[in-house]
Design a protein around this ligand. Structure first.
Ligand SMILES: NC(=O)c1ccc[n+]([C@@H]2O[C@H](COP(=O)([O-])OP(=O)(O)OC[C@H]3O[C@@H](n4cnc5c(N)ncnc54)[C@H](OP(=O)(O)O)[C@@H]3O)[C@@H](O)[C@H]2O)c1
Length: 284
């Protein structure tokens, strides 16, 4: 496949470049300085220059809390930018995969979210991503929702926990938000497999297996770090969301149901494999 990736400087953009090349695809990952998805002429020039068969949109405004006070900036990238890309891809018959988020859901569900469950974002970031999803689906592209991404270079929750664990004896981490951490490299491999399928539906969920909480994830991160070096952190205390207020509300449970993508033979493994690889790279 000849794959064009937007957001090439981000966690997923880097993972797509790495995993795509390893799988023998021709992958061009462009950062915002070379392809700004807010600018239709920048999109047209990139599609013309690279003639991709597949475009994966890994570009996004991902500052969840800052989005609350910068809704225009979030919507310009996540909604309007995604719509520009989708129209340009439809015009040129390029298959487009739009990456989206578990934060399109409100987290009140008692079961893992399926692709057709109604979206009800709690914040601006989720709302902007939901608007982007709609535009892409209407233009004939496909959406892949994921959650809690981490990657070797970060920044991510993994990097934050490693930094804090290195110099604080006690960490306090939210234990009442449930979700699935996802290694960007596993997601990248899944996206490339999906892109290679002869026919695909308009929405899939992909996240690593083994739902947990931020507290559970932090505990695993610190345990993993201890395999490589002595850490200052002696104890992790579970706290509630109310004890750690943030500008943007987050879903209480945003576990995604991955049955649909599994039916294509794309079967997520536990996030523990990726965590162990990433911690080893960060601490080496
Ligand atoms: N991170 C998560 O936990 C998470 C969870 C669920 C879903 N997702 C989704 O997964 C996808 C990838 O996320 P990520 O973690 O890789 O995000 P990331 O590391 O923040 O990367 C996003 C990239 O998009 C770039 N970008 C911003 N505005 C742009 C524009 N106008 N044109 C082109 N590029 C632009 C950013 O540029 P700069 O480098 O200049 O900032 C950044 O490199 C996104 O769609 C995100 O919504 C992420």
């Amino acid at each position: 496949m000849n794959v064009l990736v937007t957001g090439g400087r981000g966690q997923l953009g880097r993972a797509l470049a790495r995993c795509g090349a390893a799988a023998g695809h021709h992958v061009t990952a462009l950062d915002v300085d070379h392809l700004d998805i807010r600018d239709p002429s920048s999109i047209a020039a990139a599609l013309e220059a690279h003639q991709p068969t597949v475009l994966i949109n890994a570009a996004a405004y991902t500052a969840v809390d800052r989005a609350e006070t910068e809704p225009d900036a979030a919507f310009a990238v996540n909604a309007t930018g995604a719509a520009h890309l989708a129209r340009a891809c439809a015009d040129r018959q390029v298959r487009m995969l739009q990456v989206s988020t578990d934060y399109v859901f409100d987290g009140a569900s008692t079961h893992p979210y399926r692709e057709d469950d109604p979206v009800a974002p709690l914040g601006v970031y989720g709302a902007s991503k939901a608007a982007g999803e709609l535009a892409v689906r209407l233009a004939g592209g496909a959406v892949v929702r994921t959650s809690w991404l981490f990657e070797a270079q970060g920044p991510s929750f993994v990097h934050t926990m490693l930094r804090l664990a290195a110099d604080r004896p006690v960490l306090r981490v939210v234990a009442d938000q449930h979700g699935c951490p996802t290694w960007a490299d596993d997601l990248a491999t899944a996206l490339l497999s999906l892109a290679a399928q002869p026919t695909i539906a308009d929405c899939y969920h992909y996240c690593n297996d083994e739902p947990t909480t931020w507290y559970g994830f932090a505990t695993a991160i610190v345990d993993e770090a201890r395999k490589h070096r002595t850490v200052m952190c002696e104890r992790i205390e579970p706290i509630t969301t109310a004890e750690y207020p943030t500008p943007a509300r987050r879903p209480a449970s945003s576990v995604l149901d991955t049955t649909r993508i599994r039916e294509l033979g794309i079967v997520p493994r536990s996030w523990r494999t990726g965590l162990s690889a990433v911690v080893a790279q960060v601490l080496q």
